[in-house]
Ligand binder design. Structure first.
Ligand code: GLU
Length: 263
């Protein structure tokens, strides 16, 4: 399905970018940067939506856990975002690529004029051959911290730039028929044609201590993207090279099929 995809949004979550200690998983970040750089070299256009600012910032500040108060999360994000971009700039730079940071708030997407400006910025970056790296602007956008999550942000970005596909890298292999941590009979659902109530209930509520998402927000994101004609895949980000498998057309994770235009 994704074999012909040219413009791709990849979303990576905090649990994929960090170890249980909360510190960055340097090896995985490097492998991700290598794969995405390679895909960009092959002629694809990649945009990376990254989480991790709050989680990585909290650890760097020596906090015992992700802050629960908004100013605490904002402050942690300012620190973590620097660390993230430092890493991405360094790693993508090693593979000869230039990255650009876009910190987005919900109002940038909702407001017509700002949305247009944002689209122009993305398109110029692609024209220049740079890789846009996107996160929520957590340090100023209070409502985004409280309500927002990067799964949905990635779907909005995919719509904005008319991506062919959205790949959400998670710490789970995809969508299961039930929670695999609780039900040993849970099986991976390889393809979802239609996100109905059964799929929504299979996702259940979840989420790790450092990120905010869980499967529920991935389903909402998949719904948004597929309704706009964008194939969406939720797959495990532990081995970033698996993205090659996916793009070669081999079964990887859960594919949420794009709705045909007009459906
Ligand atoms: N924007 C948040 C961060 O970078 C993460 C949001 C999410 O976990 O989805 O820390």
């Amino acid at each position: 399905m994704l074999k012909d995809a040219k413009r791709i949004v990849v979303k990576v979550g905090t649990s994929t970018l960090t170890y249980g200690t909360g510190k960055t998983n340097v090896r995985r970040m490097r492998r991700l940067a290598e794969v995405l750089s390679d895909l960009q070299n092959s002629g694809m256009q990649i945009a990376l939506v990254t989480s991790g600012a709050i989680g990585i910032g909290a650890v760097k500040l020596g906090l015992k856990e992700r802050p629960h108060d908004t100013p605490g999360r904002q402050a942690a994000a300012t620190v973590g975002q620097c660390e993230l971009m430092f890493m991405y700039d360094k790693l993508f730079g090693e593979y000869g690529h230039i990255v650009g940071q876009l910190l987005i708030t919900r109002s940038d997407i909702d407001n017509g004029e700002r949305r247009e400006n944002l689209i122009n910025s993305f398109e110029k970056l692609f024209e220049y051959g740079a890789i846009p790296i996107i996160n929520e602007n957590d340090s100023v956008a209070v409502e985004e911290i409280v309500y927002g999550d990067n799964d949905n942000l990635s779907a909005h970005v995919a719509r904005l730039i008319k991506a062919d596909a959205l790949i959400i890298l998670s710490d789970i292999d995809g969508l299961f028929s039930a929670n695999p941590c609780e039900d040993e009979n849970a099986v991976l659902i390889p393809v979802v044609e239609n996100i109905d109530d059964e799929i929504i209930s299979a996702a259940g509520p979840s989420g790790s201590s450092l990120g905010t998402g869980g499967m529920a927000t991935k389903i909402t994101a998949a719904k948004l993207a597929t309704q706009s004609g964008i194939d969406t895949v939720v797959m495990n980000g532990a081995n970033p090279e698996d993205i090659y498998r996916l793009l070669e057309g081999r079964q990887t994770g859960t594919l949420f099929k794009a709705a045909k235009r007009g459906e």
